[in-house]
Every structure is written in structure tokens, then in C-alpha cells.
Design a protein around this ligand. Structure first.
Ligand code: ADP
Length: 266
């Protein structure tokens, strides 16, 4: 609580009393705290690749350049760290647009089966590399839906990319779409991957939260994929939930209200 005291002065300059304002600043403090954490996280996430890039550039300068195979490896590291930084900055820009409410959905009639098939196509190389089987199943009660195709593509890309990252070779990923009992569109991305410990589930949508920081970084992750997915789904008036069993797999369910063309949900 914050207490502010303002004295009430009498005409003869004496004090007649005081007005006390007691404010509950819990929410404000919480916001400030999360803002501070966010800035610290961003700085750290940017400093890590920059430090790596600097030391590899120095090593090249100190002679590694003359050894062809070593030089190639070092340049490879510099390139992949730079790419990760670009992804990070793009993700941050994306989130800041949501934070400032500058996001306009551009809805279009979208054939759900095409949308899911196309996600799988975009990842066909990575899927083949890890011998992961991806299946798509769309219930007959789902045809086309009025949604922001770019936004939902981004959501699905983030979810499928995670499913691939955290599933061992030879696993399975299934994408399903159905209309649930409440008439919402239910999109589900399920994998047979390593899973997430129960204790981490509550924070999994937090910005920069990862179960295993080192592993996520090695995989090129930014720790922002799920936060961005959640923001996009919320902008559609929907919700996203994640369920996971260690060693068995993870499933993420996106619920989207089905909106009539030209109208927005309340
Ligand atoms: P990242 O860029 O690290 O993948 P995300 O926000 O997409 O960031 O995910 C946050 C964390 O949640 C990941 O670092 C990972 O620990 C965990 N995670 C997300 N999806 C899965 C999944 N399908 N299987 C296992 N762990 C997952």
C-alpha cells in the first residue's frame, strides 16, 4: 500500500487535520516488476549472441582464419547467432505491436484443411530430417472459417516448430481441427515428444520462459514463440492451453470463436 498524507491548514496557519489517501499499488508494482524483468531478459538474450559473435570474430582475427575448416565452422557459428538475434528482434517487435494495441486482424475465409496441410508442407524438410511423421485430420463439421490467415499461420508455425524441436527422431505430430460442443473451432497440435515437467506448465506462456534455457538456445529458440502464439489467439477472441506428460508428449489446443464474415467477437 502507498499512503499519501495531505495536511489541511487553517487560516491561522495551524493544521486542522489531514487527508490520507491509501492506494493499493500491488498491481502497479507487479507491472513494474514484470517490466524490469522483461528489460533484463531482453538485454541478456541480446548480450549472449553478441558475446559469442565477438569472441568468434576475435578468434578468426587471431589466426583461425588461416585454417580453412576451423574458419568455416566459426563463420557458421557467427551466422547462426546472427540469425537467432534477427529472430529475437523480430519476435520482440511483434510482441510490442500487441502491447501497444496496434494489431489489426485481417480476416479472410480460410479452408482449414488447406491451412493445416500447408503448415506440414512448410516443415517437410525438418520433418524428414528427424524422420517425424505428421498427420492432419479435419472433422467434416469444419470447412472454412473467417480468420486472420497470416496470424493463425504464425501460431501454427510456432506450435509445429516446437513440436519438432522437442520430439525425438521417429516421433509423431498430429494436427487436428474440429468444431467443439460450444461451436468453437478447436485446433490441436500434439506430439510424442519429451514433454514438459508439471512444475513448469503454469509459466510456459510467459515471455522468455523455457524449461531448459541451454537446450532452447541450441535449438535456435527465443523463448517467445508461445507468448506470441497466445497474443495472436487472444486477438481473435480465443484461448490457448497446453497439456503435457513428461516422456509421453505435449498437446496444445487453440480455441477460436467462429466469427461470421464481416463481424468481430465481442
Ligand atoms: P522456445 O523458443 O524456447 O521454443 P517457446 O515460447 O516456443 O520458446 O516455448 C517455451 C518453452 O516451452 C520451450 O523452451 C520448451 O522448454 C517448452 N516447450 C514448448 N513446446 C514444447 C513441446 N511441444 N514439447 C516440449 N517442450 C515444449
Amino acid at each position: 500500500f502507498r499512503v499519501t498524507l495531505t495536511p489541511i491548514r487553517r487560516r491561522d496557519k495551524g493544521v486542522a487535520g489531514a487527508i490520507a489517501v491509501i492506494q493499493d499499488v500491488t498491481e502497479f508494482e507487479k507491472l513494474e516488476q514484470s517490466r524490469r524483468e522483461f528489460v533484463a531478459n531482453v538485454s541478456h538474450e541480446l548480450r549472449t549472441p553478441l558475446t559469442t559473435i565477438k569472441s568468434y570474430a576475435e578468434a578468426l582475427d587471431d589466426g583461425a582464419m588461416d585454417e580453412r575448416s576451423l574458419a568455416e565452422r566459426f563463420v557458421g557459428v557467427i551466422r547462426s547467432e546472427t540469425e537467432r538475434m534477427i529472430r529475437l528482434v523480430n519476435d520482440l517487435l511483434h510482441l510490442s505491436r500487441f502491447d501497444s494495441g496496434r494489431v489489426l486482424l485481417r480476416r479472410q475465409q480460410t479452408v482449414i484443411s488447406d491451412m493445416l496441410e500447408e503448415v506440414v508442407d512448410r516443415f517437410s524438410f525438418q520433418l524428414r530430417q528427424k524422420a517425424i511423421t505428421a498427420t492432419v485430420r479435419v472433422e467434416p463439421n469444419v470447412e472454412s472459417v473467417w480468420l486472420d490467415r497470416d496470424g493463425i499461420d504464425q501460431v501454427l508455425d510456432n506450435l509445429v516448430s516446437n513440436a519438432i524441436k522437442y520430439t525425438l527422431d521417429g516421433g509423431t505430430i498430429s494436427l487436428t481441427a474440429a468444431r467443439n460442443d460450444s461451436g468453437q473451432l478447436e485446433l490441436c497440435v500434439q506430439d510424442t515428444g519429451i514433454g514438459i515437467p508439471k512444475k513448469d506448465l503454469a509459466r510456459i506462456f510467459d515471455r522468455f520462459y523455457r524449461v531448459d534455457k541451454a537446450r532452447s538456445r541450441n535449438m535456435g529458440g527465443t523463448g517467445l514463440g508461445l507468448s506470441i502464439a497466445q497474443e495472436i489467439v487472444r486477438a481473435h477472441g480465443g484461448t490457448v492451453a497446453l497439456d503435457s506428460e513428461m516422456g509421453a508428449g505435449t498437446s496444445v489446443t487453440v480455441l477460436l470463436p467462429i466469427v461470421q464474415e464481416g463481424s468481430e467477437p465481442a
